[in-house]
Design a protein around this ligand. Sequence first.
Ligand SMILES: *Cc1c(COP(=O)(O)O)cnc(C)c1O
Length: 353
Amino acid sequence: MPYLREIDAHQHYANRGPLVDRLELRLQAMIACPGCAVLTAASGTAALQAAILAQAGRATPERPYALMPGYTFVATAMAAEACGYRPVFVDIDAATWAAAPAGFAAHPALARAGVVLAVAPYGRGHDQLGWAAFARAHGVAVVIDAAASFEALVDDPAGSTGEVPVVLSFHATKSFATGEGGAVIWSDIAGLQRCAQALNFGFLFSRSSRSAGFNGKMSEYHAAVGLAGLDGWAARAAGYRRVNTLYRAAAVDHGVADIVVVGPVIASNYAMALASSVAEAAAMVAALRDAAIEHRFWYGHGVHREPYFASGAVAALPETESVAARLIGIPIYPEIEPASVTRIVRCLASVRA
Ligand SMILES: *Cc1c(COP(=O)(O)O)cnc(C)c1O
């Protein structure tokens, strides 16, 4: 309420007002490397688009492709497509659920890629220095979609942010949320200015449109939610940590410690069941459905399985298919009751019995 009243007092109802400025400075102190800055956006997808335009520009006839892992949320491909790129999907490693620099380096389409989109799935950490070395070695632009990695950045700002732009989402489903929102964190301040220009119709310090762009700025209302969210962050993070601990203990009690994946392996706002086989996953989904427990394949069956992006699968993606079929999102929120966690884990364990 104090933040909303401030908006009325300022009568600044659109975007890039005092609340957005304050949110960016507070975030910068929490998640950015020394010398890095934070630029907010209207969504994680808008932040991705801005980072692609600032780092790589729009697609060209010589470099029409955007390389990305097959296992990610569709927004990664949508953002590339909005910048004119044709998404091409690379397979992931089963252990990390991500595609490593070596996976991209070996891909035949790399020579015609205008941008490589590295993805940190479910907020699992990413190798900022490794991606910077990859970008230099191959002369290709890289953007890291670390949409759910807010906590990974809080834990290690200097190691996770730097010369390769990192994109976060502040969507309501993420651990730190502004409702809708996102940000680019980058040590290249001129690059961040190009992001700001892309997010504001190609305008920068004038009303003259000088680059590709769109309206992707964060509103004061969302910044108000974000400032309130930062005020309550310690309590929210503690709530998630408590639920992560509940899940781990219940998994041990029911003999499925190998199945239940929660923080700190992944961001604390996710709880996942990783089945050992596709058949076991199908049995788990049936058991969850019978028990009326909501569950979700967050990244579908891989982006290449989405009808709109099917042409991006230029090679087989066996690990993407396998992980996508076995990794099931299960309910989690900071206030979840211990009895609910027990019921969910018991339901998963019933498939093993
Ligand atoms: C949430 C998410 C996005 C999209 O963020 P929005 O804020 O919803 O636009 C993009 N990529 C990944 C990996 C995500 O998890």
